[in-house]
Every structure is written in C-alpha cells, then in structure tokens.
Design a protein around this ligand. Structure first.
Ligand SMILES: [Zn+2]
Ligand SMILES: [Zn+2]
Length: 153
C-alpha cells in the first residue's frame, strides 16, 4: 500500500483514511522464534502538516512468539494504537505497508514471556519449572564460600 505524498501535501491538515491488510508472508518477519499467523490489519489516518506526515491508527494481528525464559511457544495478540510523524524531505511516496511493519516490530516484546511469572527452565537439569519443581539444589554454593564471595564484592 503506497501513497503519494502529493495527495496529502496538496490538502494540508486534511485527514486521509487508509484501511488495508498486509499478508503474513509479505511482512517477512517469520523466523525460528517468531511467526506471524494472521494478516496484519491496519487502520491508518494520515495528514500532512508543517512538512511532516502525521499518522495514527491501530494494528491487529497474531504472532507466535517464543518465551525467553522457558522457550515455550505462545500466541501473542497485537491490538494496539499508534501515533507517529515523519519529516518529509524529497520523498514522493510512502509505503504504508512497510511503515505498518516497522510499527508492528516496535509493538513486539523484546524479551517475550509466556506469562509474567514464568519460572523458566532449571539451569542445571533443564526441566520446565512451570510444570514441576525439580530436585536440583537452588543454590549449590557452599554457604561459607558465599560469605567469602560477599567479602570479595
Ligand atoms: Zn515461559
Ligand atoms: Zn533441575
């Protein structure tokens, strides 16, 4: 979805509405730890003001993410509003699909968590601590050594 800047700049201050979807594959965001599973639905309003294009609207899609603690995959729903502005210099057009893709990336968590209280994996045996508590000692540092460690800090 590309629009000509001219369309906007010929009517400064006027709001134009663009509703469109971007197919999952066209987003090319799919990696091993992330899969977009629904088309990106975009509702965008754009207006030209003071040599800038102001955009706002909302994005909707679903993404399968990988929990950064327990490595389980989980479904993450995106349904968020955004507002942004871009200075225009010599651009003749804006690719709104590309813009929506960039905004979507900012909405995805940097360290995804399947749940806020995810217990993660045991560093010793690798079991999922959300499912069961393993028998590995929580802290296998000798208490006397840990006093020493404190002194060294
Ligand atoms: Zn998790
Ligand atoms: Zn363990």
């Amino acid at each position: 979805m590309k629009i000509k800047i001219e369309t906007l700049s010929n009517a400064p201050g006027k709001t134009f509405t663009y509703d469109f979807t971007v197919a999952e594959a066209a987003l090319s965001l799919n990696e091993e730890d992330m899969q977009v599973t629904a088309p990106l639905e975009v509702q965008m309003r754009a207006a030209y003001r003071d040599e800038k294009v102001e955009v706002e609207g909302s994005l909707r899609t679903r993404v399968i993410l990988t929990c950064s603690r327990c490595l389980k995959r989980f479904l993450f729903s995106v349904n968020e509003e955004f507002a942004d502005e871009m200075p225009m210099e010599n651009e003749a057009e804006i690719d709104l699909s590309l813009l929506a893709r960039e905004i979507l990336i900012t909405m995805l968590p940097y360290k995804p968590l399947c749940q806020a209280a995810c217990q993660g994996l045991c560093p010793t045996c690798g079991s999922d601590l959300n499912e069961k508590q393993c028998c590995c000692p929580v802290d296998n540092v000798d208490p006397r050594l840990s006093v020493l460690k404190k002194l060294l800090e």
